[in-house]
Design a protein around this ligand. Structure first.
Ligand code: C5P
Length: 225
């Protein structure tokens, strides 16, 4: 309906889970479907933005009008994001693994009778949202993150916004009863710093369209002031 609103803008979007290898054939993953991030990438493209979608392993088709870069690990996602800069807008919807295995075995770990199971030593992954939020010439003008929480959703999201240094946080309640993780709907609180918007329960595609329009308004407004 508003095809040119984001014409000339570059939007970077992350989506999906990460796979952190344990050995040649095993990995640590999470249940992220990538649906919300993919829908956001498509909605930004529909408003005319040039979209780079950095995606973890999912089976979804690339949304129309997006340049998609497939990655597996958090570290590869970070590198792809930094290589995609500069961007006007960054929406980081990926469920990035917080930890990776410190020393990945080059071959398959063997299960040997009588031997104890292996112990995995984990180390922290880079926080891509915090990295992209750092002030500097390459910081996107609008950095948007997600907060998937199961308790005190809004309070946690407000704290997360401060901690990460991003502009907006979309908070959603992912407690199991909501069925949001992997589901087709999302109930969002948008925390902008200026206020908190409670959105109704919407299909993920409608959340994406509403967010894309909200971003377009914000970018336009900043342009003029
Ligand atoms: O800290 P937490 O994982 O709850 O923060 C969620 C937000 O941070 C999401 O927007 C997610 O994409 C982003 N994130 C990231 N890199 C990480 C961890 C989270 O970009 N390593």
């Amino acid at each position: 309906a508003h095809p040119g609103l984001l014409a000339g803008r570059h939007a970077l979007v992350t989506a999906g889970p990460t796979h952190e290898p344990i050995d040649a054939v095993r990995y640590i993953a999470n249940v992220s479907s990538g649906k919300q991030g993919y829908a956001i990438a498509g909605a930004l493209a529909a408003l005319g933005a040039r979209v780079t979608l950095v995606s973890g392993p999912v089976a979804l088709p690339a949304p129309a009008g997006c340049q998609r870069i497939m990655v597996d690990t958090a570290e590869a996602m970070r590198a792809a994001c930094e290589a995609a800069l500069p961007a006007d807008i960054a929406v980081l919807a990926a469920a990035v693994g917080d930890w990776r295995v410190e020393s990945v075995a080059a071959s398959k770990l063997k299960k040997r009778p009588g031997e104890p199971p292996p112990t995995l030593k984990l180390v922290a992954n880079p926080d891509i949202l915090a990295l992209l939020s750092q002030p500097g010439p390459r910081r996107p003008r609008l950095v948007v993150g997600f907060a998937a929480e199961t308790t005190d959703v809004v309070a946690e999201a407000i704290a997360k916004r401060q901690r990460k240094g991003c502009d907006w946080i979309l908070a959603n309640d992912v407690s199991e009863a909501t069925g949001i993780m992997g589901g087709d709907e999302n109930e969002i609180h948008l925390i902008t710093g200026a206020d908190i918007e409670a959105w109704p329960l919407l299909p993920k595609k409608a959340v994406a369209e509403r967010l894309a329009l909200r971003i377009a308004t914000e970018i336009e407004h900043h342009q003029r002031t």
